[in-house]
Design a protein around this ligand. Sequence first.
Ligand code: SF4
Length: 333
Amino acid sequence: MSDILIRAKSLSVGFPIGSGLFSKQILKAVDDVSLDIEKGSVFGLVGESGSGKTTLGRALLKAVPITGGGAHYSDGEVEYDLENITKNQLKDYRKRAQLIFQDPYAALSPRMTVRDIIAEPLEVMGLTKTRQETDKRVREIAAKCRLNLEHLRRFPHAFSGGQRQRISIARALVSAPNFIVADESVAALDVSIQADVLNLLKQIQSDMGVTFMFISHDLSVVAHTCDHVAVMYLGRLVETAPTRKLFEAARHPYTRALFSAIPSLDPDDRGAVQKLTGEIPSPTNQPSGCKFHTRCPHAIDHCKQVEPQLEIDGAGHAVSCHRWKELMATQAA
Ligand code: SF4
């Protein structure tokens, strides 16, 4: 357990839906997810919108309730079972686990200076005792995020999207967390700015040893940033592997379809294109058997009746598909 910062075991998150006293319908946003996040690593979570990745990230921050299974956090100093965390433990956990929001325009109060925005978590959590101490910490973190003293006096409207995201990152880092969930943190930025922010996150991860969960719908972003990747579909993990292994040989038809959405720079490289058609089904009305069977070009009757389980190999590559071996063999032939 010593190298694992967070271990989720059969973690589920459900929300009651519908009105009325006797409504018992539950929307399963995350369903029976097990995963390990190693200390100091960048763990990527990918999937389409509606796959449950944001809810899983928030459950690991204890920002939404865990309704089944659990997650264990252990950083060498403290250990918490997140599903049963007490009020006092949660107060402490908030310093150790932080979120970088997706939208750098909405995340920052327009009425506060950059200095006050970055300082706010220190003041709210009581982490510094004097204004001088707060200012020193704010300046240290601002410098790590490539913001200078002049920037600290200004208001967010004076900054570009990339600069605003650097302010959000500084705010998330100021309490010296061990774990940060970056939820689509470059999705709202121009492509040219995305690389700058991703490089900054990589730099912070190697300088400060922070563990990241990086949530994205875009596999090419994950390839650049992550050590390990998990692919989600309709609340379940369908494939998880070290990044290099996943990019060398993705096994699940859904992962392969996500790959084929990445544009290639080689005009002759048409690859084994598997277009993803149709919409992700509603979590309130989930298909039987394999959740992906309504969109999978390889579905057979067995897929519609029996739900595949995650099978893991000795190299840490796991996939839940009845036919992955057969499909890989066909492709190799
Ligand atoms: Fe497709 Fe069947 Fe595999 Fe599901 S189990 S991904 S439907 S081949």
